[in-house]
Design a protein around this ligand. Structure first.
Ligand SMILES: Nc1ncnc2c1ncn2[C@@H]1O[C@H](COP(=O)(O)OP(=O)(O)OP(=O)(O)O)[C@@H](O)[C@H]1O
Ligand SMILES: Nc1ncnc2c1ncn2[C@@H]1O[C@H](COP(=O)(O)OP(=O)(O)OP(=O)(O)O)[C@@H](O)[C@H]1O
Length: 552
């Protein structure tokens, strides 16, 4: 169905090839996960499938990509689009209609399908991504995760033979991600759709796929059935990639079996010899009680007069030095709350105090009080090099030269951008663009840093180095995330929103041990916690903790 024959590709103006001698064959009906470190060429490879490369990208190619029986060089974009549906990494790059239903029916209408069939596909596709009630809604009034769901729906409605998905669940809440994966798997299994999915959240998708292809620096370095690929756990770790916790548990057990699901991991552990003595339960980190820096009282907010309340009576105090994760279902109100904390949106009802200043929409906060990175980093990048981008804020703060060099250096090192300083930000991979936007904010060392989903599109190594830099260089940090593992590891406090209300607020270990709460809020416990529960060991959240309590 798909064949890359000795294919290499150079973007315009780049000396190094972003794809190097790729040889890859994907059969009809296969489900392939394509993964690898940020910037290794995954999105570039997907763009070859529907003809963006070479027809729109410019640049230089060697070798060929064959879809069906024809090479993409000789096929038109229209011919390719009829076979390949590509869901792009940033939904904003894909969505163009102003109304949701228009976005979804655009493809089927262009295929000149009968009206009844278009209607049926529209209904089915929106239901599949849980947007059924949103048909007539404006696309501009969607949250980031809802936009990602819409981008998926518009490709599902095309019913393509090949579905190419570029990090389709990166901004979707954990339960929603599972539902989307179930739909994609069903299409693959029941209708024989060939699926090529790029994803860093390997732990959430590995159990769905037939085969795993890993890239590094533009080359394919692993190509194996899923279980065999997971057996190369050491290589994944060396490359800084994330493993499913069940695989991590299997690795620690050292028995040679690889568990792909929680059930398999439970059976594997039961078959081993259990440790006799249990170490004491890990203590919850105490909540910080420093000076209040964000004080929110009875905050209500709706986008338009007749809309539902998006924030529904928020009361919240965040203290200096806290590291707070805000979590919850797509559309729960996280980004809207963050916009209030950044004083970008003045309160309609209730009060917001930032660093002691009452926000009323009239007076601006002094520069350097709050730094925020939005969910879509592209909205914040406007310079012609990473260097200029990161220096911009420091120049506005009139930072003296020596301090500027120091802060710039720290931010660039911390965000792993040293090799990209002269690159134009918008010609970087998404993970690299996001790190650039974060570096620009961190370099200014504002009192409060607000990040909207900073782990999306990042490999494990970059998440770890980025979070280490944030822990080190940022005083008070508030970040929205769907990444349960990162919240457990880095947050001192987790706040869960549901329909604009705070439904949980406490140390991560308390929040993530409350399965009914997680279930109601679009979240999921970690695989280690589920394994621990099945084995009767409470308070286990990571493979390491499970090893300490169970494995000899
Ligand atoms: N439009 C472009 N112009 C020039 N270089 C580009 C362009 N897009 C990507 N690149 C470069 O090509 C390489 C591969 O980028 P690509 O987006 O395919 O990586 P990726 O593996 O998908 O990364 P991520 O996981 O961060 O999305 C990177 O080094 C990137 O800087
Ligand atoms: N500009 C807007 N106009 C009207 N409604 C909006 C607008 N932006 C967001 N909304 C709606 O407000 C609600 C909350 O959106 P918000 O972006 O705060 O959610 P979120 O929790 O950050 O979601 P996600 O996890 O998907 O990023 C959603 O129902 C969304 O559709």
């Amino acid at each position: 169905m798909i064949a890359f024959n000795d294919f290499s590709f150079w973007y315009p103006g780049r000396e190094a090839a972003s794809l190097q001698q790729i040889n890859l064959k994907i059969s009809d009906g296969e489900f392939v996960l394509l993964t690898g470190p940020t910037g290794c060429g995954k999105s570039t490879l997907l763009k070859c499938l529907n003809g963006i490369i070479p027809h729109l990208s410019g640049g230089r190619c060697q070798g060929e990509v064959v879809i069906g029986r024809c090479t993409t060089r000789t096929m038109t974009m229209a011919e390719l689009s009829a076979q390949v549906g590509l869901v792009q990494q940033s939904p904003d790059d894909q969505i163009f209609a102003t109304v949701i239903q228009d976005e979804v029916v655009f493809g089927p209408e262009n295929l000149c399908l009968p009206r009844a069939e278009i209607e049926q596909r529209l209904e089915w596709a929106l239901k599949a991504v849980d947007l059924a009630g949103y048909r007539l809604r404006s696309t501009a009034a969607l949250s980031g995760g809802q936009k990602q769901r819409l981008a998926i729906a518009s490709m599902l409605a095309l019913e393509p033979r090949i579905l190419a998905l570029d990090e389709p669940i990166s901004q979707i809440d954990p339960q929603g991600a599972c539902e989307v994966m179930d739909v994609v798997k069903k299409l693959n299994r029941e209708y024989g759709v060939t699926v090529v999915m790029v994803e860093h959240r390997i732990h959430e998708v590995a159990q769905y796929v037939d085969r795993v292809v890993v890239m590094d620096s533009g080359r394919i370095v692993v190509d194996a059935p899923a279980r065999q690929a997971m057996a190369k756990a050491e290589l994944f770790i060396k490359m800084g990639l994330r493993l499913p916790e069940t695989v991590e548990i299997s690795r620690r057990l050292k028995q040679g079996h690889i568990a792909m699901t929680v059930e398999e991991a439970v059976n594997l552990l039961k078959s081993g010899v259990r440790k006799k003595s249990k170490p004491a339960a890990v203590c919850c980190r105490p909540a910080a009680a420093g000076t209040p820096v964000l004080e929110i009282g009875d905050l209500f907010y709706r986008y338009a007069k007749n809309d539902k309340q998006v924030l529904n009576g928020i009361n919240l105090t965040i203290h200096k030095s806290e590291k707070v994760a805000i979590m919850g279902r797509n559309g729960a109100g996280k980004s809207t709350l963050l916009a209030h904390m950044a004083a970008l949106t003045p309160p309609q009802q209730g009060t917001v105090r930032v660093a002691g200043r009452l926000i009323d929409g009239k007076k601006k906060l002094p520069l350097g009080t709050v730094g925020m990175v939005m969910q879509n980093p592209d909205l914040m990048l406007f310079h012609s090099s990473v260097r200029q981008e990161v220096e911009f804020g420091l120049r506005n703060l009139k930072t003296v030269s020596a301090l500027m060099t120091e802060r710039y250096g720290q931010a660039i090192q911390g965000l792993a951008l040293a090799d990209l300083q002269d690159d134009p930000p918008l010609a970087l991979s998404r993970g690299q663009r996001l790190r650039t936007a974060i570096a620009a904010v961190v370099a200014m060392q504002p009192e409060i840093v607000l990040l909207d989903e900073p782990t999306t599109g990042q490999d494990k190594r970059n998440i770890e180095s980025m979070m280490a830099a944030l822990m080190d260089q940022v005083e008070t940090l508030v970040f929205c995330t769907h990444d349960v593992e990162s919240a457990i590891r880095y947050a001192t406090r987790v706040i869960v929103l549901n329909q604009g209300k705070i439904v949980a607020d406490g140390p991560p270990r308390n929040v993530f041990a409350d399965a009914p709460l997680l279930n109601r809020s679009g979240l999921r416990p970690t695989q280690s916690w589920l394994v621990g529960r099945a084995l009767g060991i409470p308070d286990v959240f990571t493979p390491l903790e499970l090893e300490e309590k169970w494995i000899c």
